[in-house]
Design a protein. Structure first.
Length: 267
């Protein structure tokens, strides 16, 4: 992890020192730094839009660009994606230099223009950016295995919200002590889900303190083909028999996935 990244994080924390403005999520010598900034910017009609910006700085940042996620209750999913893409474009202009504060200032000054531009493109039906994103990302399927959930109710509600925000479908599957999460959707959205899953405090430890998910594994990930059957919604389900669980996979053409990755863990 570079000294520049640590110094920048310290400066960011000092600048955004109000309650909830800066939350450090992860600091690792091998994985880098993740933190969330909450700020506001002027949107269309001069309304204040609350933004939550998640920055993940790789260990060789700023020689490598940061990963950025954008969330806002006042913007649509498409608008959030447009803001993210413009931020990543702006980041390239600051390559090899500490850039997070510059990016925050830039989006505060340019959010209104980006959202209005996206709305105009949506109305005309000629958004090249949206078309390119669809071609590049495609639809992916990923199967996750979780070791346990201590605060199951809260955990499940959090996962449901993430899937709704990111427009992911699939199943949270419970059978005895086994827990699987199967997700289908835009590849970029799945990546954002994984960042949230690994950096957010979604469960509690043995002492009842909030903690991050450290015992999750990706069993399988693939890009879906055009004729693949898919789940239409995200649902949480409990299964009492192996046949019920297997039927869920077979319903969307994932029988081989069940046999190869799920069945061995149930024996």
């Amino acid at each position: 992890m570079s000294e520049l990244a640590l110094e920048e994080l310290s400066a960011i924390a000092a600048i955004y020192c109000g309650q909830g403005e800066c939350e450090v999520l992860h600091v690792s010598e091998t994985e880098g730094i993740s933190f969330r900034i909450q700020t506001s910017a002027k949107g269309p009609l001069e309304t204040d839009v609350l933004l939550k910006l998640l920055f993940s700085l790789p260990i060789n940042y700023p020689s490598t660009l940061p990963n950025i996620s954008v969330h806002s209750e006042q913007l649509t999913r498409t608008q959030c994606m447009a803001v993210k893409e413009r931020l990543l474009e702006e980041a390239k202009r600051h390559f090899s230099q500490p850039m997070v504060h510059e990016l925050i200032l830039w989006i505060q000054q340019n959010l209104k223009h980006i959202v209005e531009q996206d709305e105009t493109s949506a109305c005309s039906g000629k958004s090249a950016r949206s078309t390119k994103a669809t071609i590049d990302n495609g639809v992916s399927t990923v199967l996750l295995h979780l070791d346990h959930m201590r605060a199951k109710g809260k955990y499940v509600k959090t996962v449901e919200k993430w899937c709704a925000d990111l427009r992911l479908t699939g199943r949270a599957m419970f059978m005895g002590k086994m827990i699987f999460i199967l997700l289908q959707g835009d590849k970029r959205s799945i990546k954002e889900y994984m960042v949230l899953q690994k950096t957010s405090k979604v469960d509690v430890d043995s002492r009842g303190k909030k903690c991050k998910e450290k015992m999750i594994s990706v069993l399988f990930e693939t890009k879906a083909q055009g004729d693949d059957r898919r789940f239409q919604t995200f649902e949480v389900k409990e299964y009492s028999t192996l046949d019920e669980l297997q039927s869920e996979f077979e319903a969307v053409g994932l029988a081989e996935l069940f046999t190869e990755f799920v069945l061995p863990r149930l024996k």
